[in-house]
Design a binder for this molecule. Structure first.
Ligand code: 4AD
Ligand code: MG
Length: 459
């Protein structure tokens, strides 16, 4: 049995076995108390060792961080903190942890320090809680879509396209960096490369997702995405996970309704299924966490156009680091002002200037704006980015030409507008942005097991 089950068992007197890592050991020469954790739950089980029954040398080696198996009787605990404890009959030491060098000795390490020992930090309460919530959210995402008739589509990780047109991609190549084959003009000859062309890690599964939606109607992707943007912020990773649903016959309002329902479902799921971990994180880092989660469920998301958003920001009298005028991209400070100060609820902004959005967004009749939508959350800013897609072949082609995108390489994408085109929409939810919000953690590097960011790819 895992410690989670043992802790909820009331089968007093039963013979049980527990295996896990020692969080603390205390006691005296007659008795020792071991707090044991196996990651199944935030709480430890207490193991009571009567010293006279055990080899003293063995018990001495059981120190913080060591790994043990214990068998014994499950008994009702006299302690206030737990209902049950194990009175040990036998003890097996799997692995010692030298007290001189094991880095997780005392509580209260900084999150920065824990990032440097990311190989061990899953053994802390904080990361145990974060990783369990991360798991629960992944499961809930698949459950939501499965229950709503969406198919999970696996889009490629190595691609030849730049879906967002932002050009911030990691190259994938097997060419010799020192001595690559060259063309006559001195540029690299990618026809000699592994795929016979230039390739990169995907920045988004959307373009392939659209191909799926044009056959299966409703699909979603959920996979790793990669961006070589040099942003050292608490909200950016170079490798992050994204959930991207894509729906045929959805217009922008349907898209917004889905995004709102989906986010509320996930947050409700966390409240219903991750209580212990949320309570721990809220006590530890962020007293308002649970209120903030409930607040999302209880409120309608405000829906405004970009143009209205700019008006509000211009009239706010607020001093922003980045100044505001029609045409600029919204910065996190602007997004947070709209959400936290002005509307005091989540906001969906639509109809952005076409110049600041990707080529595939559906063009509005005004010739200036596109049918994009960003969902903005308290503390986070943009949590979702999406749009209705341009389904008109001619308009799409014109936009591709205007932006000088590699038209020839996008032939397969353009084909969907040539054969049985349909109105369709979709969005991308940044999984770690969601987790930042749900866990209340302050830095995105602390909601993924092994973060990738500029100058760091350890572990
Ligand atoms: O707004 P983005 O760039 O949109 C897309 O990639 C679209 N293709 C999505 C779609 O319509 N299918 O990214 C979507 C979301 C953002 O709202 C944000 O939550 C997250 O992905 N995101 C990042 N998360 C962590 N680190 C980064 N560097 C991120 N860049 C975007
Ligand atoms: Mg975006």
């Amino acid at each position: 049995m895992r410690i989670k089950e043992l802790l909820s068992s009331r089968d007093f007197g039963a013979d049980v076995e527990a295996k896990g890592w020692v969080r603390t050991k205390r006691g005296n020469k007659n008795i020792a108390f071991i707090a044991l954790n196996d990651g199944s739950i935030i709480h430890n089980i207490q193991v009571v060792i009567e010293m006279e029954k055990f080899d003293e040398e063995l018990v001495k080696k059981v120190t913080t961080g060591s790994c043990i198996a214990v068998t014994g009787k499950l008994v009702e605990s006299p302690g206030k903190e737990q209902h049950v404890e194990i009175h040990a009959g036998s003890l097996k030491l799997y692995g010692t942890a030298d007290p001189e060098t094991y880095p997780l000795q005392k509580k209260g390490h900084t999150l920065e320090f824990l990032r440097e020992i990311a190989h061990l930090r899953p053994r802390t309460n904080t990361f145990g809680a974060v990783l369990r919530i991360r798991h629960a959210m992944s499961f809930a995402i698949h459950k939501y879509f499965n229950d709503h008739g969406f198919y999970y589509l696996h889009t490629p990780i190595i691609t030849g396209s730049d879906a967002e047109g932002a050009g911030e991609m990691f190259r994938v190549t097997t060419l010799d960096a020192k001595n690559p084959p060259l063309l006559e003009d001195g540029t690299i000859d990618y026809s000699e490369d592994f795929f016979g062309r230039q390739t990169n890690l995907t920045v988004s599964g959307q373009l392939e997702g659209e191909l799926g939606a044009m056959a299966l109607s409703n699909i979603y992707t959920f996979g790793p995405t990669f961006r070589a943007e040099n942003s050292n912020t608490p909200r950016h990773l170079a490798e992050f996970w994204m959930i991207e649903p894509e729906m045929a016959f959805y217009e922008i309002n349907d898209n917004m309704n889905l995004a709102e329902d989906f986010l509320k479902y996930l947050i409700r799921y966390a409240l219903d299924n991750c209580r212990d971990d949320l309570v721990f994180l809220s006590e530890m880092y962020d007293k308002e966490l649970i209120d903030r989660l409930n607040f999302i469920i209880d409120n309608h998301f405000e829906r405004i156009t970009y143009t209205r958003g700019i008006e509000i920001l211009e009239q706010s009298g607020e001093k922003f680091e980045f100044s505001v005028s029609w045409g600029v991209d919204l910065q996190t400070e602007h997004e947070r002002y709209l959400v936290e100060k002005h509307f005091k609820k989540p906001v969906i902004v639509t109809d952005y200037p076409k110049a600041i959005k990707a080529f595939y967004m559906k063009q509005n009749d005004d010739g200036k704006t596109v049918r994009g939508m960003d969902v903005l959350f308290p503390k986070i800013g943009e949590i979702i980015g999406g749009s209705q897609r341009e389904e008109d072949l001619e308009k799409l082609n014109n936009r591709i030409k205007e932006l000088k995108l590699p038209e020839k390489e996008l032939w397969w994408y353009i084909d969907t507008r040539r054969f049985g085109s349909a109105p369709h929409s979709g969005f991308g939810l940044g999984f770690e942005r969601l987790l930042l919000f749900v866990t209340g953690m302050g830095n995105i590097r602390d909601v993924i097991p092994f973060p990738r960011f500029p100058k760091n790819a350890d572990f």
